[in-house]
Design a protein around this ligand. Structure first.
Ligand code: GLN
Length: 189
């Protein structure tokens, strides 16, 4: 199986490494033709404004939307922002998911934090908390049907959602040794 990782900027190498570790070929995507033959796509964390501008410059916006209309896509942090329909700011968005995202919702870089989350979709019958790393993270201020919240912070803030084969997380599973989110994404594929 081949899974793409959008490699315009941000934390794409970490995902490619994890994909290799779990026996999947990870392909760096920079041009529309790189999407050919892929089963799914990871849009990594980084800086959503830069990522959006580069995607526009490389003529990737329509090819990415077409790809997503049939295939699984997982957006992490900046990738979650890029996949949203609404963020209340003017920057290029794929506009796929019925979610409203607030950028930098937990403050600045210094306010990055690590916690553990209970994520029922990952826990096939047993309950092992998932380590979640938040780096200048966005939050989901609204999740509308058919999108569903799949993880919350203890105060109720929604930080992960799914809409069919599309997945978004505010936090960075590629920075932990827990590969359950990557396996979950492969299951959606
Ligand atoms: N704050 C970044 C943005 O708004 C996202 C940070 C991240 O991807 N870790 O795009």
């Amino acid at each position: 199986m081949k899974v793409g990782v959008l490699a315009l900027q941000g934390a794409f190498r970490e995902h490619v490494k994890i994909l290799h570790r779990i026996g999947v070929e990870g392909i760096e995507v920079r041009l529309p033709e790189d999407l050919e033959g892929l089963e799914g796509l990871i849009i990594p964390g980084g800086e959503s404004t830069t990522m959006g501008k580069l995607a526009v410059n490389y003529n990737l916006m329509e090819p990415l939307r077409n790809f997503a209309s049939e295939k699984a896509v997982w957006g992490i942090c900046a990738g979650m922002i890029f996949m949203a329909k609404e963020i209340g700011m003017n920057q290029p968005l794929l506009g796929l998911m019925d979610i409203v995202v607030e950028r930098n919702a937990f403050g600045r870089q210094a306010d990055s934090f690590k916690t553990t989350l209970n994520i029922p979709v990952l826990n096939n019958g047993y309950c092992k908390p998932f380590p979640a790393v938040f780096i200048r993270a966005p939050k989901l201020s609204s999740v509308k049907e058919p999108a569903q919240v799949i993880a919350n912070l203890p105060d109720g803030t929604a930080v992960a959602a799914q809409q069919g084969k599309w997945l978004v997380t505010s936090f960075h599973p590629e920075l932990t040794e827990d590969l359950r989110f990557h396996h979950y994404f492969l299951k959606l594929i």
